[in-house]
Design a protein around this ligand. Sequence first.
Ligand code: 4NP
Length: 148
Amino acid sequence: MVCLGNICRSPLAEEVMRSKIKKYGLNAEVDSCGIGGWHAGQPPDDRAQKTALKHGLDISHQRCRKITLNDFDNFDVIYAMDGEIFSKLSQMAFQGGKEQQKIKLFMNELHPNKNLPVPDPYSGNMSHFEEVWKMIDATCEKIAEKMI
Ligand code: 4NP
């Protein structure tokens, strides 16, 4: 799960997906990271933590990290939270000689071919985080259903 800062959207997506993996007993691993390393080593944004807790998930153990080329080897699918992230990942894969096919736009799993973003809630308020939660929860549920 990849977003810009790895403190709002992708930490939520990581933990929601982990909970679906557990719920359906899937044999899978999930991690998250950011295109930028500005918050490297930090826990997720307080608002993301509060939103997750409200829905029964604790994300306080997560630590922000920046994506590396190794991620393209270590994971089968790389989900971009929006089109800008998708483009950056695509550029990175091209320059590093990695597989483009692994990169997918996250929301397309729920709404195929619509190319919808998970909107960046960083400059928003708690209601934006709640909206992001709903999108992530529904999409991770769909991804898990396809993996059963
Ligand atoms: P995220 O949100 O990509 O969902 O983690 C952001 C977090 C931090 C920044 C931008 C977006 N930032 O510019 O620091």
